[in-house]
Design a protein. Sequence first.
Length: 201
Amino acid sequence: MRRELEVMRILRVPPLGKLVVEVNDDRFENLSEINDEKAKRVLLAAIGELISFAGSYETLVNEGVAPPVVVSQPVHETGPLEQRQAEFLARLEAERDAAKNAPPPKPKFPILGGIQSRPDTLLESKPAQKELSVAKQIDTILQKHVLSDPEMANRSIHLVQDPAGGILIEVDGKRYQKPGDIPEPQIHLLIKRAVKEWDAA
């Protein structure tokens, strides 16, 4: 008999797509909300293992899905694994809190991260042709990234206008409202790169 232990469930909650972690039927938006020290240590260890699963934290930074870590003091690789993971996550939390206090960037076109599946409120005053133009602009950049990826070059991945407003993602004929709905993380990353490049233009 398989003896599996569910450590946590990760959910993205509408309407803003906020990430929450569910532990023992309780939901948390922040690690500091967990008062049970044992549960917190188990959760930290699992997160550390997920980073190892990704290859390394540097892999996440290179893919553009995590901020770079600024280390002000030498990092000692000695000591218990749980202690190193806790110190590492504490640095991440500090950077996240600093980013929250920074002035928000000028809004452009929220398509990633599940901010809104259909950003109608931001586009109410914009004509449909303008919205379609944005979809075409990002899709043009996306095609460049798709063709440069040998595993994706033969796939049909496009950004298309949603008749009801906003942008849809079409993957091999199937449509998704946001990248997080796509079961293939590699496609999610290609779309993020395309939007990031469009934002920088």
